[in-house]
Structures are given as C-alpha cells and as structure tokens.
Design a binder for this molecule. Structure first.
Ligand code: ATP
Ligand code: MG
Length: 296
C-alpha cells in the first residue's frame, strides 16, 4: 500500500454513494506528530490542493465533489465544470513514473528540440519536469485524437488547443462516465450476465481494433482500463499509448491482446491471446467508427 493510501485511509471519510463506487470526502487533517510516510503523502496532497485551487481560479472547475479512486500514479476526483460533470485525474507520482522504465513506450518518439531531448535523456531536474509534463500532455493529445475519430473514450473537457490544456498540468479533465452519484465501474469490478459479457467482449475487441486502425497500441489494455456503463464499454487511461513508430509496437499490441484475453477470463470468456490478436487485426481492416464533429 502506498503512503498516500495510508494517509487517505485515515483522513478521508468514506461515504457510500448510491452507485457502484465510493466517493470520499476530506476530513480535517490529524494534529500532532506525523510519520515520514504522512509527510510524503502530504506533499502529494498539497500538489493536489494547489492544482484544484488553480483549476477553480482559471474557471476549468466550479466544484470538486469527492475523491473517487487513488491509483498507482494518479488520483481521480469527481468534479463539476462549465461543461458538466467531470473526472479530474491528478497525477501525483510522475517522478516515479519518469524514473521507471518508460523507455519501451518512448522508443521511436521524435523530440525535435535537441535541448529538450538532451534534458529528458539526462534526466536532469528540468528534464524530469519536462517528462512529467509530457505524460499529461500526451494523455490530452491522445484523448482529443481518439474522441475526434469517434472512439468510445471520455470526452476531453479542455482543449483541443495544447495551449489551453497545458494550463491544467498535472491534471487531466475529461467527462465523467456514469453519473456523479454512480460513476461507471471498471469491467474488472462488475459481475456480468453471459450475454452482457459477450457484448462487453465484442466492444472491447473492437475498441482495440479501432486503436490499431489509427496506428496505436494502448499499452495497458485490460478490464482495469475499460469502464462499463449502460451496456457500453469506454476505454480509459492513455498516457502510454504507442504509435507504429515505436520499434516495440508489435510487442505492445500483442501484450494488449493478451491482457485483454486474460482479464476477460473472470467473465467466462476464454479466447486465447493469439486468437484475440488475430480477431483484433481482422476487425482493424474493416470500417471504423464515424468521426465526431467538433463544434467551435
Ligand atoms: N472518465 C471517467 N469516468 C469515470 N471514471 C473514470 C474516468 N476516468 C477514470 N476513471 C476512474 O478513475 C480510475 C483511475 O483512472 P486511470 O485508470 O486513468 O488512472 P491510473 O493512474 O491508471 O489509475 P489506476 O492505477 O487506478 O488504474 C479508473 O480506474 C476509473 O475507476
Ligand atoms: Mg488505469
């Protein structure tokens, strides 16, 4: 369990939302002596607080309703903004991500600015900050591209101009799938009837095919990153999306097909990894979804 989770458990009161997932609200911070772990967690919390304040000031948000989920690298909040109910994803451990082996996702990426490239490769302080920012900007850029292409992904709520969405770093704002009271659960968390499972599988395979048709591998495609709402699958979590430029593209695509196939076993579906990959490739040759028209 991460220090943040420890801290969160003692300081955020769970309350039951009527829906499938729990929202959390903040209680007062504990007084007196703190453990080191708490101090580390407090840093992350301060970043989140400062980010939320800035987004409120800039008008990207009007209200934060509660914390939805604290994951490996980001904390997800349910919030409200001028364009409706939003999922606010605040990255809190980008340094860890940047230090981790992200080379497989970055290989083949072209960074035109030689100074920036050297800073990132050398992992200087400035370079790390750039890397951190680039994960967030990448998630927005991918969301916009996929949303415009008509894929089943959450609508990004800031942009499409990078100059606009760069204001929200280290957070990403997108439309909440589900409702404020009952955010959509992940496919990994639901029980499905056999018929629902077949539908979810069919849409998930098509989702990966849609990505492949556009020249992408997701990089982390499993029921943990697929939401289920009103019989519809929505793909989430895109910072590690990889293009065909990458020398690891085939390997990442194969891994996506494999984790999709493995993670669906609990729903009673057993198509093997190879057969799943072939089906994804077959569907990618067919017609894609209808592109969305963006209104100004
Ligand atoms: N648009 C959305 N609508 C509703 N819920 C969402 C949305 N986007 C993300 N979530 C929820 O927030 C969680 C974290 O989002 P995401 O998977 O993008 O981040 P992560 O850093 O990979 O976190 P984790 O380690 O939990 O997977 C998801 O598991 C999901 O429950
Ligand atoms: Mg995820």
């Amino acid at each position: 369990m991460s220090p943040h989770t420890d801290w969160a458990d003692s300081d955020w009161a769970d309350f039951d939302a009527p829906g499938e997932q729990k929202l959390r609200r903040k209680r007062t911070k504990p007084q007196g002596r703190r453990k080191v772990a708490d101090l580390v967690a407090d840093d992350a919390d301060l970043v989140a607080d400062a980010t939320i304040r800035r987004l409120l000031d800039l008008g990207h948000l009007t209200r934060v309703i509660g914390e939805l989920k604290s994951g490996k690298e980001a904390t997800a909040y349910v919030a409200e903004g001028p364009r409706g109910t939003a999922l606010l994803k605040i990255y809190r451990d980008l340094q860890a991500r940047s230090f981790r082996n992200d080379a497989i996702y970055r290989a083949g990426q072209v960074i035109l600015d030689a100074r920036a490239r050297r800073a990132m490769e050398g992992r200087s302080r400035k370079g790390l900050a750039m890397l951190e920012e680039s994960w967030v900007l990448a998630e927005y850029a991918h969301l916009w591209r996929l949303w415009e292409a008509g894929l089943s992904v959450p609508e990004p709520l800031v942009g499409p101009r990078p100059i606009d969405y760069s204001e929200t770093v280290p957070a990403v704002l997108m439309r909440l799938i589900g409702t404020e009271a009952a955010p959509a659960p992940r496919l990994s968390d639901v029980r499905l009837t056999p018929e629902e499972a077949r539908k979810a599988w069919d849409q998930s395979v098509s989702g990966l095919a849609d990505l492949l048709r556009l020249g992408y591998a997701h990089g982390d495609y499993s029921t943990y990153n697929l939401l289920w709402w009103e019989d519809t699958v929505t793909i989430i979590d895109f910072p590690q999306l990889t293009t065909r430029q990458s020398p690891h593209f085939r390997e990442l695509l194969r891994r996506d097909a494999e984790s999709l196939s493995t993670s669906f076993r609990k729903h009673g579906l057993h198509l093997g990894a190879e057969a799943t990959l072939r089906e994804v490739q077959r569907r990618a040759l067919g017609p894609g979804p209808t592109p969305r028209v963006l209104l100004p």
